[in-house]
Design a protein around this ligand. Structure first.
Ligand code: NAD
Length: 421
């Protein structure tokens, strides 16, 4: 499955994960496991959008709905040049297991548009978002499928989706997306929920391994929504964030970075603010191999591979991104005794608070930030304990344990609902 570059096809990886983890699901029906290897619905749309120079460009967009046995489909939308159907299939499956691992009543979906948002104006992004939303409108909705932000999409993109869908319906439908701005029905605590969850889970894992977050050395790949929020949480808990990167490269200071200045430098597109940060510049590859206690890959998939896994020098990996570690790398880390908290547990904070946002929208409730954080903490703590218990019972790593727990819960829902007609 692994290519020469060390990268894998994410869809093949998702299927092999099901095969492996389902062995640890007691009494599971093999026919149901077979069904879970397939998505339920795959929507592909090709649509035109007006560019600022008056030209028309055609974009391809996807929404893949994997399974809704436990509740409406739920999952992010990403804007990236590499978006394709296989990637969407895998990411939709990961969402199904993630919602099940943390026991929230959603199924899994994922979507995206093949485009390079870094080269597009706000107006072009809005045109693409609105036309894409229009094309997938028959297949989404608060009781059907609820998109959310992912790579290169943000609350503004969610606002355009909510508005376009609402125009289509003739009334405001805030529950159609989560991750919206507060002014139109977003939830307090949603924006940094994924990064906060990464930190919460890392703290639980550190406690389990017997070391304290305060004073620990943390390396973060990715300075976006997830990596940035996680960095702030670690710094707030007196960890030393010694390196952080974005697609252009990383900043490294063994004494600990000034996280706010480093994030500011990464936001600055002309790169000028780097001069304000006390740090050396390093590549992403060098960053992954830095000696540290906690490594958080929080950028994109396929970053820790069979090629670089032997060189990692961390005590644990906490996956902020989806699918950052290939299966061969996973096995290498396991052999080397590096503890790994998998994506479907470590980055579940986002979908959990998305669930809170959806609940508040449907019931017209407004929860305080404290309520949101307390509930998030309780759900993550319970999920961590449940996954750890499966890992100990079955003598497997945390990834296999989390997948077995998630797949088991989805398989049980499918079995109970039965097969229609
Ligand atoms: P983002 O677009 O806000 O940030 C992504 C960051 O990764 C940016 O700093 C970007 O420069 C960097 N990056 C992109 N390509 C890279 C590469 N090849 N090498 C190194 N760095 C690179 O995205 P995000 O929302 O923070 O999402 C990051 C990851 O977390 C994705 O895998 C996403 O699926 C996952 N995730 C996000 C959420 C969420 O709530 N946003 C929830 C769960 C999982």
């Amino acid at each position: 499955m692994e290519e020469k570059s060390g990268k894998v096809n994410l869809a093949e990886m998702a299927i092999s994960q099901i095969e492996r983890a389902s062995q640890y699901v007691p009494d599971v029906d093999r026919g149901v496991v077979e069904k879970l290897k397939y998505t339920k619905r795959e929507i592909i749309v090709h649509f035109p959008a007006k560019m600022d120079d008056g030209s028309v460009r055609v974009f391809s967009g996807y929404r893949v709905q994997h399974n809704d046995a436990r509740g409406p489909f739920k999952g992010g939308l990403r804007y990236h040049p590499d978006v394709d159907l296989d990637e969407m299939r895998a990411l939709a499956m990961f969402m199904t297991w993630k919602a099940a691992v943390v026991s929230i009543p959603f199924g899994g979906a994922k979507g995206g548009v093949g485009c390079d948002p870094g080269t597009m104006s706000q107006c072009e992004l809005e045109n693409v978002t609105r036309r894409f939303t229009w094309e997938i409108s028959p297949f989404i909705g608060p009781e059907v499928d609820i998109p959310a932000p992912d790579v290169a999409t943000n609350p503004q993109v969610m606002a355009w989706i909510m508005d376009t869908y609402s125009m289509h319906k003739g009334h405001s439908v805030p529950g159609v997306v989560t991750g919206k701005p507060l002014a139109i029905g977003g939830s307090l605590g949603r924006f940094d929920a994924t990064g906060r969850g990464v930190f919460t889970i890392a703290a639980k894992a550190a406690k389990h391994l017997g070391f304290s977050i305060a004073g620990s050395r943390v390396v973060i790949q990715g300075a976006g929504n997830v990596g940035g929020a996680a960095a702030r949480q670690f710094a707030g808990a007196e960890a030393r964030v010694i390196a952080i990167s974005d697609v252009k490269g990383g900043l490294y200071n063994p004494a600990g970075l000034d996280v706010e200045k480093a994030l500011e430098a990464k936001r600055d597109t002309d790169y000028g603010a780097i001069a304000n940060v006390e740090a050396d510049e390093i590549t992403n590859e060098e960053l992954l191999k830095l000696e540290c206690d906690i490594l958080v890959p929080a950028a994109i998939e396929n970053q820790i591979t069979a090629l670089n896994a032997p060189g990692l020098r961390c005590r644990m990996v906490v996956e902020g991104a989806n699918g950052p570690t290939t299966p061969e790398a996973d096995a290498i880390l396991c052999d080397r005794g590096i503890y790994l908290v998998p994506d479907i547990l470590a980055n579940a904070g986002g979908v959990i608070v998305s669930y809170f946002e959806w609940v508040q929208n449907l019931q017209e409730l407004l929860w305080t930030e404290e309520e949101v954080r307390d509930r998030l903490n309780r759900i993550l703590s319970r999920a961590f304990q449940e996954v750890q218990a499966v890992a100990e019972r079955e003598h497997v790593g945390m990834r296999t344990a989390a997948l077995a727990l998630g797949i088991g819960r989805v398989a049980e829902a499918v079995r109970l609902r039965g097969f229609f007609p």
